[in-house]
Unconditional design. Structure first.
Length: 568
């Protein structure tokens, strides 16, 4: 604990220096989030790249920019929200949906949601044009959703729609109707605003390959025909994607053209923001200390990301697949006391200090600002005496074990989760406990991570950025959810059906107070019977040139919306 404290003090001192260099009397919070924005008037005499917003990111879309094909949480998602639009949107400064290509948010009160909750009607905005000049109608909306479900690509996110949508209908040119498989309180916030629900031009798709079940559309993989404020005009692989403002945009137009620069080298990103080549860079906490309080670089804080850092326990290990060095049996994590012991052994403060450079907070099972989040909800803190007690109860204290944990090589946020766990367990019982943090290339990690069943005992990553508790809870904690099935939760949950019942009732409960209470009940059950080490919530930071007039950002978005940015 002493080392963690020293590290944390050092990080806080570095942060204080950055804040002092970037702060001024006119600092304001322009984010709508929970943090404050520190910034100054730029000292630069000129603004570089006038008229273009330049965003440097450390990768590019790997499966293209088609809403039917892009993988969850990838760079394709980040591009799609700049070019395509949805029936509803999440605005700056609020978690509540607002109209986008629909003119109203459906509800029982306005008659657009049926009494049984199964039929949802969307009035479609008139006068909206696609980037190819064609007009938006309800037929485009139906085509877009049906197309994703028909293609059902393995790398895509079709299940976001197909898991809840029973039927889509065109009522008239500007009325679209959906029948759901079951009432779903989360449908409007989780499904309608999700990437696969983006609206594409039917005419453009049909003129360029059409729709085939199980097959990607080559044209749409690299071309985009949406209704959004920016248009994709070129993609130079591994270099940049270039966008222009859409002059016929139906809403408030973007203020700048945009470029997405692909910069995989961390040093190049830091040098580029210093030189003024980039206006905004990847929000990596470690960059802040490297920037050393540059007076022309501002750091903005706006709550927390929707992507808690975690370590997964595998309760469904195939026989004979573990690394030769591992001595654990395949049912090692079936005993909840072992999972609890791992949680108590983990040093959360040390991870926040080292892995997040101090820009994080101990995680609950729901992220801040999400419905049902309770700062007082049960969560683990380090308790080495309790960890030892549980290991002794299970017999592992005397028997000992060696275990391998898979993580993506070079990831300065994920790797420390494993190293902190390794350090704590090996210090707890030096002669008996061994943890191997196995670092593999991103492509190999993604391949292993996608296997069902998974072939390691544990892995480290961050959660997908869900903005509704149902998606997060179903994906990561429900015994019959995606990870519940892959990782074999029913092998270990003491009462899997009880947790499933609470989460299923919360998913369909339309009263927000009652729904939040159900998620509170679920969080206690998850704490008592953990399937993950929920390591930390990562603070949302944005690192920009100070000549950007203001930060407009909602942590519920996948990334900042370029349409809001201008240069001083």
């Amino acid at each position: 604990m002493r080392n963690a404290t020293v590290k944390l003090i050092a990080v806080l001192l570095a942060l204080a220096l950055v804040a002092a260099a970037c702060s001024s009397d006119d600092s304001t919070d322009t984010t709508g989030g929970t943090g404050t924005t520190a910034g100054t008037s730029p000292s630069d005499s000129d603004v570089d790249n006038p008229g273009v917003f330049v965003h440097a990111l450390d990768g590019e879309p790997t499966s293209g920019v088609d809403p039917a094909q892009t993988e969850a949480g990838g760079y394709g998602d980040r591009v799609i929200i700049q070019v395509y639009e949805f029936l509803l949107d999440i605005p700056p400064g609020s978690p509540e949906p607002v109209p986008m290509l629909a003119t109203e948010v459906p509800s029982e009160a306005n008659g657009l949601v049926s009494e049984d909750g199964l039929t949802v009607t969307f009035p479609i905005r008139e006068g909206v044009k696609f980037h190819d000049g064609t007009d938006l109608t309800a037929e485009d909306v139906k085509f877009s959703w049906d197309r994703v479900m028909t293609m059902d690509l393995p790398e895509g996110q079709a299940e976001t729609l197909s898991s809840i949508v029973a039927e889509t209908r065109v009522v008239d040119d500007f009325t679209f109707e959906v029948t759901l498989l079951e009432p779903a309180a989360w449908f409007l916030t989780s499904t309608v605003t999700a990437v696969p629900a983006a609206i594409v031009s039917k005419d453009a798709v049909e003129a360029n390959g059409g729709v085939a079940a199980g097959e990607p559309n080559e044209f749409m993989t690299t071309n985009m025909v949406g209704t959004g404020p920016h248009m994709l005009v070129s993609w130079d692989r591994n270099i940049r994607l270039t966008f222009e403002r859409f002059e016929d945009y139906w809403g408030e137009p973007a203020m700048l053209d945009a470029r997405f620069e692909v910069v995989p080298d961390n040093t190049a990103i830091v040098l580029g923001i210093r030189a003024g080549d980039y206006d905004l860079i990847e929000p990596t906490p470690q960059y802040i200390a490297e920037l050393g309080g540059d007076p022309d670089v501002c750091v903005d804080f706006a709550g927390f990301l929707l992507e808690p850092l975690h370590l997964a326990f595998n309760l469904n290990i195939p026989e004979g697949t573990l690394p030769d060095s591992d001595t654990i049996p395949t049912d090692f994590f079936w005993d909840k006391r072992v999972r609890q012991a791992f949680n108590y052994a983990f040093d959360y403060e040390a991870f926040i200090a080292s892995g997040l450079a101090g820009f994080g907070a101990p995680a609950k099972y729901l992220t801040p600002d999400m419905l049902g989040y309770d700062p007082n909800a049960a969560s683990y803190t380090q308790d080495l005496a309790k960890a030892e007690e549980l290991f002794r109860e299970t017999g592992w204290w005397d028997e000992g074990f060696e275990i391998s944990v898979l993580v993506e090589a070079g990831n300065e946020t994920f790797i420390p989760v494993g190293l902190v766990l390794k350090d704590m367990l090996e210090r707890l019982n030096p002669d008996k406990f061994r943890v191997n943090v196995v670092q593999v290339a991103e492509a190999q990690f993604d391949e292993e991570h996608a296997k069902d069943p998974f072939e390691f005992a544990a892995w480290i990553k961050n959660a997908d950025p869900f903005n509704d508790p149902h998606a997060l809870m179903f994906t990561y904690f429900h015994p019959d959810g995606p990870w519940g099935e892959t990782l074999g939760y029913r092998n270990g949950y003491e009462n899997a059906d009880a947790l499933a019942d609470v989460l299923d009732r919360a998913a369909s409960e339309t009263d927000l107070t009652a729904r939040a209470a159900l998620y509170g009940e679920a969080q206690q059950l998850i704490f008592d019977d953990p399937m993950w080490i929920w390591a930390a919530d990562e603070q949302n930071i944005q690192i920009r040139r100070c000549w950007i007039d203001e930060l407009v950002y909602n942590p519920l978005w996948i990334m900042p919306r370029w349409k809001f940015y201008d240069k001083g």
